[in-house]
Design a protein around this ligand. Structure first.
Ligand code: ZN
Length: 264
C-alpha cells in the first residue's frame, strides 16, 4: 500500500504535492481511466524527462503521457496524449490556494515546449484537491475558480491545446488508506474528468517520437505480469532508469529503493 496520506497531499510543499497527487490519480482507475476518453490504453507514463528522447536539448519533464488506441475504428492505430499537470488546493472556506491565476503566459510557454519537442496532442490537466468539508459547503467550480478557468480557454484554444480538469475531495481516513471522493462533472453518467477543450491531434515528431518509441520498447520488453497495462512507466532519477511499477501499491524504485515521490 502506498503511503501517500491525505494530509500529505493537502499540507505538503508544492513539488511534493504535485508528485503525490499524480500518485493518487494513477492509483485509482475511476480517476485516471476517464483521461483516455473512451479509448483503450496500452500504458500511462508519469514524470518522464524529455532528454531521454534527445540526449539533452530539452530538459523539461512530461507530467503524464498515455498511449491510446482508436479501437474499434482502427485497432492498429495508436496515438499519444500528453498532459501538463497543475495541482491547486481548494480550502473548505472556498478559497483556492496555489491556483496560479496570473501565470498564463508561463503556462503557455510550458505547453509550447511540449509542441517544440514534437508532441501534437498536448493538454493542461488542472487537478483540484479539495479539503475535507469543501463539497458540503460549496459547488464546484466556485465562481472564482470558474472565472480563472475560463480565462485560460481562449489562449489554449488558439494554440490547439486541450483542457482537462479533475477534482477530488479528501475524506480524511487513516494513513494506510486516506480515501477520497471524486467530483462528478455534469449530468448523466458519472464523469470524473471535465474535458471542454480537445487538443489538436497528430503523430509525434522529432524528440517526442523518439521518446515515445523508447517508452513503448521499454513497456513491451518489460516482463509480462497480470494486468500489465494497469502498471505505469516512471523514471528513477537516482539510478537514471525507466521502471514499470503499479503506482497503486508502489512508490519505491524497484532497483535502488529510493522514494520516487520525493525525487524532484
Ligand atoms: Zn532507482
Amino acid at each position: 500500500m502506498t503511503t501517500v496520506a491525505a494530509q500529505n497531499l493537502y499540507e505538503s510543499d508544492p513539488q511534493y504535492r504535485e508528485k503525490a497527487a499524480m500518485w493518487r490519480i494513477l492509483s485509482l482507475l475511476p480517476l485516471y481511466a476517464p483521461l483516455a476518453q473512451d479509448r483503450i490504453w496500452r500504458w500511462f507514463a508519469a514524470n518522464i524527462p524529455m532528454d531521454l528522447g534527445t540526449g539533452g536539448s530539452f530538459n523539461s519533464d512530461i507530467d503524464l503521457i498515455a498511449r491510446l488506441n482508436y479501437f474499434p475504428l482502427a485497432r492498429n492505430v495508436w496515438f499519444f496524449r500528453a498532459w501538463e499537470v497543475k495541482v491547486a488546493l481548494l480550502g473548505k472556506d472556498g478559497n483556492a490556494h496555489s491556483l496560479k491565476a496570473g501565470k498564463l503566459s508561463r503556462l503557455m510557454n510550458q505547453l509550447s515546449i511540449y509542441r517544440e519537442f514534437g508532441a501534437p496532442d498536448v493538454s493542461l490537466l488542472d487537478v483540484f484537491v479539495c479539503e475535507p468539508g469543501f463539497l458540503q459547503a460549496h459547488r464546484f467550480p466556485t465562481p472564482k475558480v470558474a472565472e480563472t478557468l475560463a480565462a485560460k480557454f481562449p489562449a489554449l484554444r488558439r494554440e490547439g491545446f486541450g483542457y482537462y480538469a479533475l477534482a477530488f475531495q479528501l475524506t480524511g481516513g487513516s494513513a494506510a488508506d486516506p480515501g477520497l471522493s471524486s467530483l462528478i462533472f455534469g449530468p448523466g453518467p458519472a464523469q470524473t474528468v471535465w474535458n471542454p477543450l480537445a487538443a489538436r491531434g497528430g503523430q509525434p515528431t522529432e524528440g517526442y517520437a523518439k521518446l515515445m518509441a523508447r517508452l513503448g520498447e521499454f513497456f513491451e520488453h518489460s516482463p509480462d505480469r497480470p494486468s500489465k497495462n494497469f502498471h505505469q512507466i516512471v523514471f528513477c532519477r537516482v539510478c537514471r532508469q525507466l521502471q514499470l511499477i503499479r503506482m497503486r501499491d508502489e512508490h519505491l524504485c524497484p532497483l535502488c529503493r529510493d522514494d520516487l515521490i520525493r525525487q524532484f
